[in-house]
Design a binder for this molecule. Structure first.
Ligand SMILES: Cc1cc2nc3c(=O)[nH]c(=O)nc-3n(C[C@H](O)[C@H](O)[C@H](O)COP(=O)(O)OP(=O)(O)OC[C@H]3O[C@@H](n4cnc5c(N)ncnc54)[C@H](O)[C@@H]3O)c2cc1C
Length: 306
């Protein structure tokens, strides 16, 4: 006898959408997250590409999604999952807190991704003390200060635009070139307090107990330069947050969950959705779509056991 039909690990857009679909399919559901429900969008300044909502702060969208799950009475528990194991088809979801274990017929893995780090000298020393991965969290403290954004993808460019409206200057440094949406890149390039260095590696960070700046090196000329700043924001990519699922045998060599077009893994009753699965476009709308498909498939699986 399982505690739940379906346990959803991760309450970002993928997990919350799955919860809505699963409850409406009459499954008993538990949603777990190590942090506040909402996932990465809680710390996203603006969402401008989710149909029907226009421009909305990420936190507002997260709250609306969570409220939707609560109108449907989806149970939510603050838990960090450390492993999922299977015995006789029953899934055991093992949590760090008090070694709690929940059982379920089906489990949905939707733990998203976490920020990639550069791995250069002094990076670890200044994390939380001058190096941040969240403009919305630490940007407001940079009013009238010089900041640096590292990276050139959508996240880096969108957050640099936000920071340029708060900080005195924003220096953007990227290994290759800006690869974000052309509209966002044009807007960033047009901002008067923004300097962009394309084709630059980060050598290391410097400071004196607190971060004072970053050393860059041109890949083309080899020229080195120091950029003084109060804060660095790193947006150099993401890594799957899936270590706790290693033993399940559902991850590819890069750590992403391998699923078919119904979001099913090769293990019966284990599904994946959102940023943590192998896919091309990691966005709110694709995470929600994955969650809906996974919940429907989990519902079919649970019905087949009855
Ligand atoms: C800076 C930035 C800006 C972005 N801007 C946009 C945008 O404008 N538009 C857009 O569509 N997308 C945007 N995205 C992408 C979007 O945020 C993601 O695609 C979306 O959040 C993915 O949802 P998810 O549910 O798969 O994962 P996530 O939102 O990452 O949620 C995963 C959840 O799992 C939890 N979790 C992880 N490990 C465990 C564990 N072991 N135990 C329990 N819980 C765990 C985490 O705490 C988290 O709450 C942006 C991303 C970033 C980083």
């Amino acid at each position: 006898m399982a505690d739940y039909d379906l346990i959803i690990i991760g309450s970002g857009p993928a997990g919350m959408t799955a919860a809505i679909y699963a409850v409406r399919a009459n499954l008993s559901v538990l949603m777990l997250d190590r942090l506040a429900p909402g996932g990465k969008i809680i710390n996203t300044n603006e969402i401008q590409n989710y149909p029907g909502v226009g421009t909305l702060s990420g936190a507002e969208l997260a709250i609306q999604m969570f409220q939707h799950t609560q109108q449907l009475n989806v149970p939510f528990d603050y838990k960090t999952v450390k492993a999922v194991r299977i015995e006789d088809g029953l899934k055991y979801v093992c949590c760090e807190e008090d070694d709690t274990v929940y059982t379920a017929h089906a489990v949905l893995l939707c733990t998203g991704t976490s920020s990639r780090m550069l791995g250069v000298a002094n990076e670890e020393l200044y994390i939380g003390n001058g190096i941040s991965f969240c403009a919305i969290c630490d940007g407001p403290a940079c009013k009238d200060k010089d900041v640096v954004v590292l990276g050139g993808g959508n996240s880096a460019v969108e957050e640099a635009i936000y920071l340029a409206e708060v900080a005195k200057t924003v220096t953007v440094a990227v290994r290759s070139y800006l690869k974000a949406d052309p509209v966002a890149c044009d807007r960033l390039r047009s901002m008067k307090n923004v300097v962009i260095y394309e084709g630059y590696d980060v050598l290391d960070f410097y400071g004196n107990g607190r971060l004072h700046g970053v050393h860059l090196k041109s890949k083309e000329t080899g020229a080195e330069l120091s950029v003084d700043c109060a804060q660095v924001f790193e947006y150099i990519g993401q890594l799957p947050a899936t270590e706790c699922f290693d033993a399940l045998g559902v991850l590819n060599t890069a750590g992403y969950v391998e699923v078919d077009d119904r979001m099913a893994t090769r293990v019966p009753g284990i599904y994946g959705a959102g940023d943590c699965v192998v896919k091309n476009l990691r966005q709110v709308i694709t995470a929600c779509a994955d969650g809906a498909i996974a919940a429907q498939e989990a519902s079919r699986y649970v019905q087949s056991l009855r």
